[in-house]
Design a protein around this ligand. Structure first.
Ligand code: NAD
Length: 732
């Protein structure tokens, strides 16, 4: 079966239906693109065809380009720039063919009307092709998403979307669609000018046919092909247009700190494209698109945020085991984490038993779900019906007997080994022999906690991040005795709640916290040394880290930092390396500045809890030194503190797959997404250069920056992490 089918009706309307065999969503492949082009030729050259409807055989139109194709083009030939440019220009030629539809280029008469009929979601190239059609009609499915989200994975719309949207709505109005990658439900997409019409789903094809049969010559000529076309909002030659570009350039820089090549390239394509005729603008768009695809940052982002994230979600590291989908989950502890876990599970259609010590605590945990659902209703994303269904799935109770029939129980009680051991025993007494027990501990070794279990092969760590409903990463931790079925269960659960899993082995702080803590510590250490706190925070942001280390510790709380420091010191004894950090941290705790939750921390907060500037009392206790380090020095310290920990985690076998290390870092703590993650960043930088920097930092700041043997070895062989640790297809 082919990606597209062609069907000519008695009324002279050719229906081209996109229906990728064996897939739930359409994505455009090289073969698919060639076939579509052939079908358009066939319809345009057949006198019996009066017009064309392009639609989909699925309940969505298309999810976009198959990004594996783009990754493949980059790697496949001696001249990847030429391959990507030619591929992009071929796409433009096909879409231009749709747009001109066989009309006489002088009189603009005689073309055949082509309408895109979208049954649902249309993203990326799945909207760019419709944008070349003469009308876009969508079914009124409120769950459908329509837009151009390419910027989110480090590229920009290069299938004519940038040029067409800017010319359709003007640069100012195009900004949220292109620069922010916003997607919309059909009615909002129509209001934003992205599509033309929304109709009930059962009338979609009839309405498309009707439009095609009644369209006039004038209906099918795009504004930019008409004489006297003026770009809405003005071109950059026009004073208003010029100001728009000045503003947009500043906004892009402010949002991206200049580290995302796709945002800059998009702006360049839009600016330069606005100065020239339409077909030249498409060529400019293709040039910038090629440049972005060849940029190592964009390649790394596509690899981590699309290819590898997708592979992990599909179970790339799932052990062989029959389907372990969860039917009924128990959640013990209805505090901040337990309430969140109960919500995401119930929202995914799983029955939940939510247990706390007191009924009112359990009820409070359940009402957390109610709060989220109510907000969804206010934003018209959730219906009353849906709210009732989700809440109906959560039983809030103190009675462990209600756990009967649970196939998974997740424990999220206080971070205290004794309480966790009691809970483990009580749960195992109340559940059947097949039930898997998971702990959400953030710091306690899984293998130690498993000692309380009579079934340690069924004991596992499932580490959620806070807030559970927003954070997409789930870290699954295999204890020494954890069996394959428990891992499969955890992975199937994560798939059901539509999050992204990584599977790591048990060690202090697992993977994510192991890397975050040294980052925070390095920032605090610098404050103690007299580095200006604003320099520390801005250095982090300028390299694309979403939160500076001081803001991050304010958000997670100073007392948690103190608690972790004390526990780590107790475990490590004399080898404990972070005394200089603790001096600052403990002093802040003594001042009762516990971070955001106490409205006082490294930052000052107003009475309403809004973060103000850095707290000026810091400078009294830790005066800033007369001589400040270079920005790059501060950035290197902050980045290497994290990435060296990631390398050590790989060396020690905590991480077994660098793809998980990269995806986990971006989704878990926002590690510079432009870099593709710590291992991608080291590959971009080059291992030799990384070792040089480490040697320099270690000589001046101490052995925590000593390059791990693995990094040295990769450097000495001029190798890369992706070259060494992934197979050719994984490294795409
Ligand atoms: P919390 O204090 O908000 O909630 C803990 C809940 O457990 C409370 O409602 C408490 O009444 C209940 N509880 C205590 N003993 C119990 C028992 N014997 N039986 C039933 N319920 C009991 O804590 P939290 O922030 O939700 O953290 C819970 C766990 O998740 C901890 O292990 C923590 O380390 C881990 N964790 C926390 C975060 C975070 O950011 N807060 C992130 C990841 C993991």
């Amino acid at each position: 079966m082919a990606d597209f089918t062609y069907d000519l009706g008695d009324d002279g309307v050719a229906i081209i239906t996109w229906d990728l065999p064996g897939k739930s969503m359409n994505v455009l492949s090289l073969d698919g693109s060639a076939l579509l082009s052939e079908m358009i030729d066939r319809a345009l050259s057949d006198d019996a065809v009066k017009g064309i409807v392009l639609t989909s055989g699925k309940d969505s139109f298309a999810a976009g380009m198959d990004l594996n194709v783009l990754a493949g083009l980059r790697n496949s030939s001696d001249n990847p720039a030429q391959s990507i440019f030619d591929f992009t220009m071929n796409g433009h030629a096909m879409m231009r063919k749709i747009e001109r539809a066989g009309m006489d280029p002088k009189t603009l008469r005689g073309g055949k009307p082509i309408v895109a009929a979208l049954p649902g979601t249309a993203l990326g190239i799945g909207l760019e092709i419709p944008l070349a059609c003469h009308r876009i009609i969508a079914a009124d499915d409120p769950k459908a998403r329509i837009g151009l989200p390419e910027i989110m994975v480090g590229i920009f719309p290069g299938g004519g979307g940038t040029t067409r949207i800017v010319r359709k709505v003007g640069l100012m109005a195009a900004s949220p669609h292109l620069l922010e990658g916003k997607t919309y439900a059909p009615d909002k997409a129509r209001a934003a000018g992205l599509i033309d019409e929304v109709v009930p789903a059962d009338q979609l094809l009839a309405r498309a046919r009707e439009w095609v049969l009644n369209a006039t010559d004038a209906d099918i000529v795009k504004p930019w092909d008409q004489k006297g076309y003026k770009m809405p909002g003005g071109t950059p030659y026009h004073p208003a247009g010029f100001m728009t570009f000045v503003g947009a350039a500043a906004m892009v820089h402010g949002r991206t700190m200049g580290v995302y090549p796709a945002a800059k390239a998009l702006l360049s394509a839009a600016y330069e494209g606005a100065l020239v005729p339409f077909d030249t603008a498409l060529k400019i768009e293709a040039r910038w698109f090629t440049k972005v695809l060849l940029n190592p940052s964009s390649s790394a982002m596509i690899r981590s945020l699309f290819v590898n994230k997708g592979a992990l979600e599909k179970g790339a590291n799932r052990p062989e085991a029959p389907d372990q989908s969860v039917r009924k989950v128990g959640v013990i502890g209805a505090g901040m984490m337990g309430a969140g876990i109960a919500y995401v599970a119930a929202n995914a259609g799983i029955d939940v038993v939510l247990i706390d010590q007191k009924q009112d605590a359990a009820d409070r945990g359940k009402s957390y779900s109610e709060g989220i659902l109510d907000k969804g209703i206010q934003r018209r994303k959730v219906t009353e019906d849906k709210k009732e269904q989700v809440l109906g799935r959560i039983t809030a109770t103190t009675d462990y007997a209600a756990l009967e029939g649970c196939d998974l129980v997740v424990e999220a009680v206080f971070e205290d080994p004794k309480i966790k051991a009691d809970v483990t025993r009580a749960v195992e007494a109340a559940t059947g022999p097949d039930c898997i027990f998971a702990t959400n501990t953030s710091t306690l070794p899984i293998s130690d906690l498993a000692k309380a279990s009579a079934r340690p092969e069924q004991f596992i760590g499932i580490h959620f991040f806070s807030p559970v409903d927003k954070m997409m990463l789930v870290e699954i931790i295999r204890g020494k005795e954890t069996g394959d079925r428990a891992v499969a269960k955890a992975l199937d659960f994560v798939r059901q709640i539509r999050k992204t899993p990584i599977v790591v082995n048990d060690a202090r702080f697992f993977y994510a916290n192991r890397c975050i803590i040294p980052y925070i510590n390095e920032g605090i250490r610098m404050v103690g040394e007299g580095v200006a706190p604003a320099l520390v925070e801005n250095a982090a942001k300028l390299v694309g880290l979403p939160l500076g280390p001081l803001q991050l510790v304010d958000e997670t709380s100073i007392d948690l930092g103190v608690k972790i420091a004390k526990a780590t010191r107790a475990a490590m004894g004399d080898a404990y390396p972070d005394g200089a950090v603790d001096e600052v941290l403990f002093w802040l705790a003594d001042q009762e500045r516990m971070g955001r939750k106490s409205n006082a921390g490294f930052y000052a907060y107003d009475d309403a809890g809004k973060r103000q500037g850095l707290w000026d009392g810091l400078a009294v206790q830790y005066p800033t030194a007369d001589e400040q380090p270079e920005l790059s020095e501060v950035q290197h310290r902050l980045l290497f503190a994290q990435v060296l920990e990631a390398v050590r985690a790989l060396e020690e076998g905590v991480l077994t797959d660098i793809r998980e290390g990269d995806v986990g870092a971006i989704l878990g703590w926002g590690f510079a997404p432009w870099s593709g993650g710590p291992f991608s960043w080291l590959d971009i930088l080059g291992a030799e250069r990384a070792v040089e920097i480490c040697d320099d930092l270690a000589a001046r700041h101490g052995p925590r920056f000593t390059a791990p043997d693995l990094l040295r070895d990769i450097a000495s062989k001029s190798d890369t992490f992706y070259g060494r640790f992934t197979s050719a297809d994984q490294a795409a």
